[in-house]
Design a protein around this ligand. Structure first.
Ligand SMILES: NC(=O)c1ccc[n+]([C@@H]2O[C@H](COP(=O)([O-])OP(=O)(O)OC[C@H]3O[C@@H](n4cnc5c(N)ncnc54)[C@H](OP(=O)(O)O)[C@@H]3O)[C@@H](O)[C@H]2O)c1
Length: 216
């Protein structure tokens, strides 16, 4: 059995991804609440990821925050708080960057890597404004994933590294939303199907759970 790694396996979508992958892979699950892995802390990332041998055929990075504890996404420029914005960037953008840095050398040649960002990180799709920190941190994460795809693809010609939008999913993230929500298991199954169907030519892209490309 090949190996898979889920970072953020305690989350609604991360847990569902790990459960779904377990049918095919030997899954390593890592999270902050179960293992103490803080993706925003380089020492913590090194302590948890450096000992892993891999090689991983699947890597899913499913960590993220909508806003730091005690904060909500900003509705206006007036609501921007520098510390909260910095923390959101640390978790949502620097976190995946550190995780990719630590695991890039432990992927199989045809590995598939999905980083959960969000459609609201699309600048082209932003018609409502607001949510400055979350949107910008996810846009930054998209850029990091795109760059990592280019770099990883130089050595691993069969690899696919993409940013993924999971849909609006029933997790603590969407508490209080009235929008129609996907069950985590449904989102996870769709995301893994999308990833399975992508080819190296599509590496570096940004796709939703239905496999549609999202504008940057
Ligand atoms: N749910 C949606 O509708 C939706 C829509 C678009 C995008 N997304 C994205 O999908 C991803 C997963 O979201 P979700 O809905 O599954 O949310 P969730 O249930 O709240 O899970 C969030 C995960 O992130 C982890 N996390 C937060 N800060 C961390 C840190 N500093 N270090 C390590 N882990 C940290 C949490 O770990 P602990 O709980 O162990 O602390 C948890 O595993 C996020 O990136 C989110 O932006 C979700």
């Amino acid at each position: 059995m090949e190996n898979a790694l889920v970072i953020g396996a305690s989350g609604g979508i991360g847990a569902a991804l790990a459960d779904a992958l377990a049918a095919t892979y030997h899954v390593a699950r890592l999270s902050r609440s179960h293992d103490g892995l803080d993706v925003a802390d380089p020492a913590s990332v090194a302590a948890h990821l450096d000992p892993l041998a891999g090689p991983f055929a699947r890597l899913m990075i499913a960590t993220g925050i909508l806003a730091p504890d005690g904060h909500t996404p900003e509705k206006s420029l007036d609501a921007i708080d520098a510390d909260a914005m910095a923390r959101t960037f640390a978790v949502n953008a620097i976190g995946p960057a550190l995780a990719l840095q630590a695991v890039a050398g432990k992927l199989t040649d045809d590995a598939k890597v999905g980083v959960l960002t969000a459609r609201v990180g699309s600048i082209g799709d932003n018609r409502m404004g607001g949510w400055y920190s979350y949107r910008a941190s996810k846009a930054a994460a998209n850029q990091i994933v795109h760059g990592a795809a280019i770099e990883i693809g130089r050595r691993r010609k069969g690899a696919v590294v993409v940013a993924l939008h999971p849909g609006t999913v029933e997790t603590p993230f969407t508490e209080g939303y009235t929008a129609k929500k996907l069950a985590p298991a449904d989102s996870a199954a769709r995301l893994l199907d999308v990833l399975d169907g992508l080819t190296p030519r599509q590496s570096g892209g940004f796709f939703d759970y239905a496999g549609e490309a999202i504008e940057w």
